[in-house]
Every structure is written in C-alpha cells, then in structure tokens.
Design a protein around this ligand. Structure first.
Ligand SMILES: [Zn+2]
Length: 322
C-alpha cells in the first residue's frame, strides 16, 4: 500500500476508535456496594429503541469496577471457598442468581470429589458443583464457544486473584455481551484446585463436564478459554496446553491486537483448559502471572488490579464478537 493510502487508513481507524470510546459505548452504570453486602446485579442492559421483544440488547463495555466488586465479595466477604465447603455453596448460589438476573438458564452439575491434600491442607471427600449458564434456546450441537473459570480455592486462601478474578471476568462478560455469535456457554467449575499430585487429582469439575459431553457437542465446540488468575500484571498471558496447538491462541492474539492489549505466549496445563485439550478439543488459558500471595491467606482483594481485569474483559469481548 502507498504511504498516502496507509495514512488515510490510519486516520480512519483513529477516528473510528475515538468515536467508539467517546460516543457509542454506553457508560457502565456505577456499582454501589457496601463492605458488608454482595454487589447487586448491575442494572440491565439498555433497551433497544424500537426493538422487538425478541431482539437482543446491544453489548455494553466490560465494567472493570463491577468486576472488582465481585472480587471484593467473593474473597473479601465469603473468604476461602474449598470445593466442598459451605462458603463454596454460598458462592455458587450467589453466582447462580447473578446469571439468572442476566437472562441465562443455569444448570448445576454435581460431582463427587475424593479426600486428599490440597496444597498442604487435608481436605475431605464430598460433593461439589459446576454451574453452567446458557441463553434460552441454546443448541449444543451447533457451533459454540465455552468460557470457564474455577470458583473454588485452596482451603487456606481467600483467592482474590486465584480465582475470584476469573469469576469476575466470566460474570462481567456474560452480563455485558447479551448475544455473542457463535453462542457462548459460561461455566464456573468446581474443584479445579488439587487434592493430591498429578493430572487425575486436579481439575475435577472440568473433567466431569468434558466426560458428560456427547460426541456431537464435542465436535461443535469451537474453542474453550479458561480464565485463571487474570487480575495481576499488565500483559495478558495466553497459554496453550501443548506447544503445537496454536490455532485458538492465534485467534485470541488477533482479538487482543484489535483491543490494543499486550499479550505473551506461554505453555501450561495447570487449569481447566487442559481437561478439554486432553479430550481433543481446543483450549487456551488466559492468565497465570506469578504473584507473591499465591495460595496463601494474603490472596486478598487489593492484590487484584481493576486495569488488568479490564484488559482481559476487552480481549474476551473482542474474541467473542468475532
Ligand atoms: Zn486457579
């Protein structure tokens, strides 16, 4: 392309971007929350002027302040959420209410987890649950995507970064994108954290979900993204489970470029994307920046940065709308 043409293209792009950020993106509604109350469901998306009852409302910008309120509620008020604990069940019920308020049909998938040792702390056998949210009319044999985040923590950590941050972006994305195409399934996984060593004492919820998928649904899955530790740092880690599987990672990097968010590539298997990749489906993890408070009682809300939640939210929105 000639220099003059390039300049024009750049100017047009800048003008469009300026317009997007100043006029056409509705301002997120302010979030009110007290130190003792769960953040309320954010006000509903704006209605479409002249829209029919069947039309979907337009997407809203990802609300990093509302996502931060989710982190404060889960990690600052509920505290540690080991997969079989009372606090886990409270977090599950709260999240279910929020998804329902945003117009999703929510299903609980129960699974049994064994006793074991989670990061140095004995844990008992018991029941945990995945929470699966879809829009009414979702056809699981048609092309779709999955966004997941684990809701549990190790027993000793309030889990602000690991992984209230991932749940905050999961919920905020579900609330702000009313009708992504292809459709998206949002899942909060139980018992991601280890109860012993090795692949089979880890990621129980996502393995149970994958095991329950009929072949047609496996074939229809276009990509699974696991949000795991997504509120620390200023660059977005995009991890494949195996070095060679880069197609989905490339899609996500392209989305990040459109959202003007810096990324880095990595390879790791220590999140729920691995359960999908092990079973032959495409999966990538967003997040994993190391931090000092990992799996400790100090993993509290101030560890999580709203700006990073916002970056992840923008990357995910750009991907889900492509
Ligand atoms: Zn985690």
């Amino acid at each position: 392309m000639r220099a003059a043409g390039l300049s024009l293209a750049v100017l047009l792009a800048l003008a469009t971007a300026a317009c997007d950020s100043s006029t056409s993106t509705p301002a997120p509604s302010p979030t009110t929350s007290s130190p003792t109350a769960a953040p309320p469901p954010s006000s509903g998306p704006p209605t479409t002027p002249g829209g029919t009852p069947t039309s979907s409302p337009p997407p809203r910008a990802f609300d990093a302040a509302a996502a931060t309120a989710t982190v404060r509620y889960l990690a600052g008020e509920l505290g540690p959420r080991e997969a079989t604990s009372t606090e886990y069940r409270r977090a599950l019920a709260w999240l279910e209410t929020r998804f329902e308020a945003a117009g999703y049909q929510v299903k609980r998938q129960a699974l049994q987890v064994p006793a074991g040792n989670s990061w140095g702390v004995p844990v008992r056998a018991g029941t945990t649950w995945n929470l699966i949210a879809t829009k009414p009319g979702f056809d699981r044999s048609a092309p779709h995507r999955i966004v997941g985040a684990h809701l549990d923590t190790v027993p000793q950590a309030p889990g602000a970064e690991d992984n209230a941050s991932g749940i905050a972006v999961l919920l905020g994305t579900a609330e702000s994108l009313p009708a992504p195409k292809p459709p998206t399934v949002f899942i909060a996984f139980g018992a991601e954290e280890p109860r012993g060593d090795g692949d089979n004492r880890h990621h129980y919820g996502s393995r149970a979900y994958v095991a329950s998928l009929p072949a047609a649904q496996r074939r229809a899955l276009r990509g699974m993204v696991s949000l795991d530790r997504v509120g620390v740092g200023s660059v977005v880690p995009m991890c494949t489970a195996t070095a060679g599987q880069v197609t989905l990672q490339r899609e996500l990097r392209a989305a990040a470029a459109r959202a003007r968010v810096p990324t880095r590539s990595c390879v790791n298997r220590s999140s729920d994307h691995w359960s999908f990749v092990r079973a032959g489906m495409p999966g990538v993890r967003l997040g994993s920046t190391p931090y000092a408070e990992y799996h400790s009682a100090r993993d509290l809300p101030p560890v999580v940065q709203a700006a990073q939640l916002g970056r992840i939210g923008r990357v995910l929105a750009a991907w889900l709308q492509s």
